[in-house]
Design a protein around this ligand. Structure first.
Ligand SMILES: Cc1cc2nc3c(=O)[nH]c(=O)nc-3n(C[C@H](O)[C@H](O)[C@H](O)COP(=O)(O)OP(=O)(O)OC[C@H]3O[C@@H](n4cnc5c(N)ncnc54)[C@H](O)[C@@H]3O)c2cc1C
Length: 402
């Protein structure tokens, strides 16, 4: 059978979307609140529609429930679906990070089960990486998985897991060997979030959001079938996961479906409306707004430049950190600029959302690894500066001072 061209695929998608997906009302765009159960149910429902219609997992292999098509088909679909409500909150981390990592590193059975279930809208996946003791030094995790009577018994805690309350499975990084240097004693597991032995709590942030969760593991029992990759080779899996995370955060993952904003907060502030609202249209306000808009324009160009550079080999894969760093800087500048224009009006009344948004301005500088860590990666792996001193390099983990 002759393969369908990208143009034919786009035409078929256009007709299917019109008949099957909810069209976005521009005056009342969908608001996907990651902290609300209803948003996740809605996303699962929409994902099921995509699956039933034959448009889920465009770049995932056919044997795992996808379409096995090239990124050009995904891009064509993205262009067609901008006016429709899409299950965007499933993109990251479920598809772009967790399923992508499972595809690269997991067993055949894990791939068949988890990727297919996620594509059907039956399962949501999360990352269980960061710990209360810190997230930057990921290889230093202290959640332990010990071998007892042919099982793995896990004790410890994870935190900042986005949307874990609504998830089915998590990729959990734990220490299985304390006698070797930190990177060599880790194992990645796939765990059911509702397993006995896991206590999940939701974290309320300063802006009221409850999307983050923390999990406590008390003698959680796992089997060998739950290991992803090899025992004590968990760093290989985690590295792959971080690679996919950098691509996802920078907007360069072929496993994301739909490119729209999850909610209004993703859009740049409307500086003109803000200036009008406070009745101030000075050169200072114009200058500040222009600076922020230019940063966004440069960020968008940088994404394309780095994506192509990594593809043609002129930039190393770690150059994804350039996008990650500049993205955070641009978002911070936007949030700061909006508050600068709004002034004290941004903490009361109609402009309160400006002040509320300011409360979470740091998220872009922490999610997917902090801005400082991105600078370290750029310094060491893109610019070739000497590596940062590490007291624990090559030292068995049980001899490292904490
Ligand atoms: C929006 C968002 C979503 C997230 N989602 C998840 C998730 O789903 N799953 C998950 O596991 N985690 C998640 N996280 C957690 C995130 O990965 C961590 O916040 C991040 O890795 C930083 O870890 P930390 O907060 O523990 O800070 P720490 O590691 O304690 O660092 C504290 C400060 O010290 C700086 N620092 C640390 N080491 C160095 C160094 N070597 N050089 C220079 N500066 C350094 C850091 O930059 C930071 O400013 C999320 C975070 C955010 C904000």
């Amino acid at each position: 059978m002759r393969e369908e061209s990208v143009a034919q695929f786009a035409e078929r998608a256009r007709a299917w979307l019109a008949d099957n997906m909810p069209r976005i009302d521009p005056d009342n765009p969908p608001f996907a609140d990651r902290g609300a159960e209803a948003s996740w149910q809605r996303a699962r429902e929409l994902q099921r529609r995509l699956y039933d219609g034959g448009f889920a997992g465009i770049c995932f292999p056919r044997e795992y429930g996808g379409l096995g098509l090239d990124i050009e088909y995904q891009k064509a679909f993205d262009a067609e679906c901008v006016d429709y409500e899409m299950p965007l909150i499933l993109n990251t981390p479920t598809f772009t990070i967790c399923c992508a990592t499972i595809l690269d590193t997991a067993s055949e059975e894990q791939k068949r089960q988890r990727i297919s279930a996620a594509l059907r809208g039956d399962e949501v996946l999360v990352q269980l990486l960061s710990e209360p003791s810190g997230g930057s030094d990921l290889a230093g995790v202290i959640t332990r998985a010990e071998r007892r009577d042919g099982k793995w018994v896990v004790n410890g805690a994870k935190t900042w897991s986005t949307g874990a309350f609504a998830a089915d499975y998590g990729l959990l990084l734990a220490r299985t060997n304390w006698d070797v240097p930190k990177h060599d004693g880790l194992t990645m597991f796939l765990v059911r979030i509702d397993s006995p032995g896991i206590t999940l709590r939701r974290i309320t942030q300063v802006n009221g959001s409850t999307e983050f969760c923390e999990e406590f593991f008390d003698n959680l029992e796992l089997s060998d079938d739950d290991v992803v990759g090899e025992v004590d080779r968990g760093w290989d899996v985690a590295s792959r996961q971080l690679y996919h995370e950098r691509r996802a955060v920078g907007g360069g993952s072929e496993f994301a479906s739909g490119t729209g904003s999850e909610n209004a907060q993703d859009h740049p502030p409307d500086y003109v409306a803000l200036a009008r609202a406070i009745g101030c249209d000075s050169d200072r306000v114009r200058g500040a707004a222009g600076r922020a808009l230019v940063h966004r324009a440069v960020r968008d160009q940088l994404i394309d430049h780095v994506y192509r550079g990594v593809l043609d080999g002129s930039l190393p894969a770690s150059a994804g950190s350039l996008i990650r760093l500049f993205h955070a800087e641009a978002i911070e500048l936007e949030v700061d600029t909006a508050l600068e224009i709004a002034g004290t009006s941004g903490v009361v009344g109609e402009l309160l959302s400006v002040g509320e948004r300011y409360l979470s301005r740091q998220t872009a500088a922490l999610g997917g690894g902090s801005t400082e860590m991105a600078r370290n990666v750029i310094g060491e792996r893109v610019l070739g500066f000497p590596r940062e001193y590490a007291a624990d390099r090559g030292v068995p983990f049980n001899q490292v001072k904490h």
